[in-house]
Design a protein around this ligand. Structure first.
Ligand SMILES: [Zn+2]
Length: 371
């Protein structure tokens, strides 16, 4: 039963159970085998979220099952915290450990394709012990089960893809742009994550986009934390709002209430709710973000010509009017050929909190069917 889910409608958000939806995402050849399951573990800065996926029944977990991730205490403690998350999700779902065939793990980046944390360190993995730590390998050794690693953007992209295309997933491709502190996401080709030679494919935030026509008069070229000028993340991210967009727009809207927010970081977090209420400056900022995503998607259209373009992040949680306005601007700025317009769809990625664990589980499922 292929899944047909309209992401753009409010009814597709929130309450609908995942179980029914995910059934459609499992190809029939996988669904006949029900003796084994896979577990998905989403490792975040504060919490781990866990899920169990049964090829015959779909997800066995409806909501978020969170436990502390303890990543700031270093890798040894964090691995044990994941083992605990693994044990407790099995207990909660009443699944015997012997039935688990593989485990999916996702974390924020940067990490290699095999889950070795960058030697440069990162926001979540600031503790010394994380530098160059083989997170995937350590969890695999501890659990004595195959562990499949993906970064959180790629896991979310895989989830969005399967949720949208269901049993048809392997016949489609998609690109996901997820706006958060940075701009994450991923590229899915024939139902599988494109990882690249070094595991760095799908770093959509650091793709350069054309700035003429996007920037307003006198607006400086935005800079990204990665060192690039004028990439997609320098505009379409919370960091981009704080560092690049707000400093310019606050000068254009003198006396704006956000000038009194205390700091640019605090002000940046308030832009979304003001945008929802129709504040003109906030709308200019979000329009620039939508243009950046549209220009990024235009590059994708000419690069991999995907069947779907997904947008995720805080904008998904906003009021219907704002969501539709934002997606309209993204579409308007994505230049497709006529044939592409007929073949492609645009949608918001729902249930983003769950996307990491569920995407990680789907990657483990794909791995497990090949065992
Ligand atoms: Zn960048």
């Amino acid at each position: 039963m292929p899944l047909r889910l309209a992401f753009g409608r409010p009814s597709s958000f929130g309450a609908a159970p995942f179980l029914r939806r995910v059934e459609g995402t499992i190809p029939p050849e996988m669904a006949t085998q029900s003796s084994w399951v896979v577990v998905g573990l989403d490792n975040g800065g504060n919490k781990n979220n866990a899920t169990v996926l049964d090829p015959a029944k779909g997800s066995l977990v409806d909501g978020m099952i969170e436990t502390p991730s303890r990543v700031t205490e270093g890798p040894q403690i964090a691995v044990e915290a994941l083992v605990q998350a693994f044990d407790s999700i099995l207990e909660r779902t009443g699944v015997a450990r012997a039935r688990v065939r593989a485990v999916g793990l996702d974390t924020p980046g940067p990490a290699s394709a095999d889950g070795v944390i960058s030697s440069m360190g990162s926001t979540n993995f600031a503790h010394e012990g994380w530098r160059g730590f083989d997170f995937r390998g350590a969890l695999e050794a501890r659990l004595r089960l195959p562990v499949v690693y993906n970064n959180d953007g790629n896991a979310a992209a895989l989830y969005a893809h399967h949720l949208c295309f269901g049993a048809e997933a392997a016949r489609h491709s998609s690109v996901s742009a997820i706006v958060g502190t940075g701009l994450g996401g991923g590229v899915i080709e024939a139902g599988r994550i494109v990882k690249g030679a070094a595991g760095m494919a799908g770093e959509l935030g650091h793709v350069h986009i054309p700035m003429p026509g996007l920037l307003a008069e006198g607006q400086p070229i935005p800079r990204c934390n990665c060192g690039f000028d004028g990439d997609a993340e320098s505009v379409a991210s919370l960091t981009g709002i704080e560092k690049n967009l707000l400093p310019y727009w606050l000068k254009r809207y003198e006396g704006h209430e956000l000038a009194r927010a205390g700091s640019l970081a605090q002000a940046a977090k308030l832009v979304r709710s003001l945008g929802e209420k129709g504040d003109p400056m906030a709308r200019r900022i979000f329009e620039q973000q939508a243009m950046a995503i549209g220009r990024l998607f235009t590059i994708a259209a000419n690069f991999t010509d995907p069947s779907a373009y997904f947008v995720g992040g805080g904008v998904v949680e906003t009021a219907l009017e704002f969501r539709e306005w934002f997606m309209g601007k993204v579409r308007e700025n994505t230049i497709l050929r006529e044939e592409q317009t007929r073949a492609a769809r645009f949608a918001l990625v729902p249930d983003l909190d769950m996307a990491g664990a569920r995407g990680a589980a789907l990657a483990a499922l794909e791995h497990a069917t090949r065992l």
